[in-house]
Write a new protein. Structure first.
Length: 366
């Protein structure tokens, strides 16, 4: 191929050789030993508008052992951009010594050749006969802006050097008949999840609410709220998700994010968590709304004299409020920690010095 434009991308993974001319010498010979059932094919599929890094496989059906192959195809450069060609799953383990090609994203043309060995006198490594062998992977970006259909057209092109779809046997001959070519048709659609509106999105962890939108039926769907994964199920209309609010450490609105394999959509005011608990000053043992000497005395008296019999707050809030040093225990060191903080410049409560909403607590913070 000659005269490539500015969209040309060269891909290279060559061991011990730098002359692409050797590729031509191998692939343009002719053999008469094939059965005639060889094929290169690309499956039909769909890609999302605006997506990048999509992987499209090229698969081979081979009726005899081969040592190399070349792939040539045309594509619409107004709709797709091919950024990279990788070895397919069927070739990676064989570690080909030559894998090289040219991508022209201006003309919409690609050619890529693979040879297992360039150094062995007798090529012993072979691509075994079989069906559905993934030989190459194309990394594709969608640049079309509107829904459309486009074809990855496996096609031979005349010229010198030409672009040909070829399989090569161990004698350096092109297998005949030439492989049949099955193109891939890609539907370019808006497949990213789209959140249209939300219903009933206020409450506490465990409550359910509804999210209405598009593309919730695509693979890889995941819902997160407040950064935590949320259970969900798609209702019968295919456009509504029933979502179970997960736990969240803070009250008020938390972001809702819905993702699938093609991307994400996010709403900042996704779910409004009700205030469960009250505002407390960390370390306020006596519940007077502040932190002072009395709180140190309160905690030590509770621990060793049993007065007060109960600490303020219930459940997790009690630990958060009174565990001054954050070691998940309420003991002597926490009472001492209050006094050291107040009178010797020691570290503050592990939760900080600002009022915090704590579960199971009343609202007393000044």
């Amino acid at each position: 191929m000659d005269g490539f434009g500015t969209g040309e991308v060269r891909m290279s993974a060559v061991r011990g050789i730098k002359q692409v001319s050797i590729l031509t010498g191998v692939f343009l010979l002719v053999s008469t030993s094939a059965w005639g059932v060889n094929r290169f094919r690309i499956g039909d599929g769909q890609l999302s508008l605006g997506s990048s890094g999509n992987v499209v496989g090229i698969v081979a059906d081979i009726d005899q052992e081969i040592v190399g192959l070349s792939i040539a195809l045309d594509f619409d450069p107004a709709k797709l951009r091919i950024s990279e060609v990788r070895l397919g799953a069927g070739l990676i383990g064989l570690e080909p010594e030559f894998s090289d090609g040219i991508i022209d994203n201006v003309r919409g043309e690609l050619v890529h050749g693979v040879i297992l060995s360039l150094t062995e006198t007798i090529v012993e490594r072979r691509i075994a006969a079989g069906e559905g062998i993934e030989v190459l992977r194309l990394v594709v970006d969608v640049i079309a802006e509107e829904p459309a259909s486009t074809t990855l057209d496996l096609a031979n092109a005349a010229g010198f050097p030409g672009r040909r779809n070829v399989m090569t046997d161990g004698g350096g001959n092109s297998v005949t008949p030439s492989p049949r070519l099955s193109d891939g048709v890609l539907a370019l659609r808006r497949l990213l999840p789209v959140i249209k509106h939300i219903q009933g999105n206020v409450g506490v962890a465990g409550d359910t609410f509804l999210v209405v939108g598009f593309n919730f039926d695509q693979v890889g769907l995941q819902v997160t709220i407040c950064g935590n994964e949320a259970e969900h199920r798609l209702l019968g209309d295919g456009q509504t998700l029933q979502v179970f609010a997960p736990a969240c450490a803070a009250a008020g609105f938390a972001a809702l994010e819905i993702c699938n394999s093609f991307g994400c959509d996010t709403v900042a005011e996704g779910f409004d968590y009700d205030l469960v608990g009250g505002r407390q000053a960390p370390g306020d043992c006596n519940g007077d709304g502040g932190l002072d000497l009395s709180d140190g005395v309160c905690l030590l008296s509770h621990l060793f004299l049993g007065q007060p019999a109960e600490l303020p707050c219930d459940g997790a809030g009690e630990m958060s409020l009174n565990d001054f040093n954050g070691d998940a225990r309420i003991d002597l060191s926490d009472g001492v920690g209050i006094l050291v903080y107040l009178f010797q410049g020691g570290p503050a409560h592990v939760e900080g010095t600002e009022c915090k909403v704590l579960t199971g607590c009343s609202n007393t913070c000044n």
